[in-house]
Design a protein around this ligand. Sequence first.
Ligand code: ZN
Length: 477
Amino acid sequence: MPGCLQSLRDQDYPGEYEVIVVDNGSTDGTAEVARRLGAIVVHCLEKGVAFARQAGLESARGEIVVQCDADSVVPRNWLSKIARHFETHAEDVGLSGDAKYRGEPLWHRPLSLINRWLNQISYWCLRHPMSILAGNFAARREALIAVGGYDLAFPQCGDEFDLLLRLAKTGRISYDPHLMVETSSRRFRRRFWQFLLADTFYHTALGLLFHRLTGKPIKGSRRDVRDEALVVRTWPWASRLRFATPVVLVLLVGALAYGFFMPSAEAFGKLYFATKTHEKVVALTFDDGPNEPYTSQVLDILQQYDIKATFFVVGKNVAYYPETAKRIVAEGHVLGNHSWDHSALQPIVDVREVDLAKSQATIEKIAGVRPHLFRPPFGHKTPWQMEQLEKHGMVVVTWNVSANDPKQPPSSVIAERIIKHTKPGAIILLHDGNETIHGADRSNTIAVLPQIIDTLNKEGYTFVTVPELLKVDPYLR
Ligand code: ZN
């Protein structure tokens, strides 16, 4: 704390500035030290860093409000650099910098690097960084006041992230990786589990999601950095557990990757990749259409064999080939939703499933049906996406037999992969399109489709639609 104040006093900034220290119930004489070093001391009785930040903001009088954690030391040109930035960037409402952690534990180093990349990428794409590191942040006071300051629903964690999102709506928030402060890594030391599970996952990620969905703060309070010694003492196995950390981390990442990538993984919610039955019934499904002339060719073949199939269509393609979408329904096949534009990022970033709604509306407007089935592009899923799908009453369908035919291997390979792996109750994945590419070549799939049908017919299989296989309604309402 004295180090921080000293570095704030030694600034080369020629203009006027005030230093406000928020005393958040400290017991170590912080207020006294601060006063002696010429700072204004504001008392804040509520525990929680957001309350302290808000109290500081409310008592600040300057045009630019700069925040800093008490265990950081800032470089001599910190304020002048910040002031110059706001002078030369009139459109900016905020500026965020980076942090160097003294004695940073090994496990935190890759996270620092990832944080830095995320900030840079977020700044390029969204015009604001992803996070504020070690409180190293400055903003125009009137912009902060206009958005209502810190949301006290996040007293411990996530308040800065929430502020970034709201502030970014009023203007750009720059990210300058060279605006560096040096800070203590006290907050991370011997606190790996608390950092990962409590701070990062529960209070920040879940807390924000919970607040966004329900408008209420998440339950429970996070231990303050000051209570850290207490945490270590009351948790004697902490040091022993540290050795298990890499193993658990690998398992955790593995489990998340499995849930995300595996089409049959139900880690994040209920889905169907096949059905259990002894009857020799299977469902043929075609993804990524409509895509001409191939979708029409598939429909011709199905008509010839009098087989009904399920088409997981891409909303954008439906808008491009409306007549084909209508024909699919008119000939008794089922339309399922396969996203608006087959974006790989959609399950991660589209928290509210805007994409799903857009695709549903397009399909309904053109083909006159409101799909009950959804197939996530690439079979990739996230917990929040699965939750939204369930909320909208959608049935999530993936597959258990596939030929990897978007890459159009030779017809013989497609046939072999499908026929060899088909068992009673299978959901077979084929492609009449390729994402949103118009006219993507599907000729190998088309050429081998009659052979697949013939062979499976001979083996005693009958073809049904996915809703028939799963015994669910094909459409909503
Ligand atoms: Zn697809």
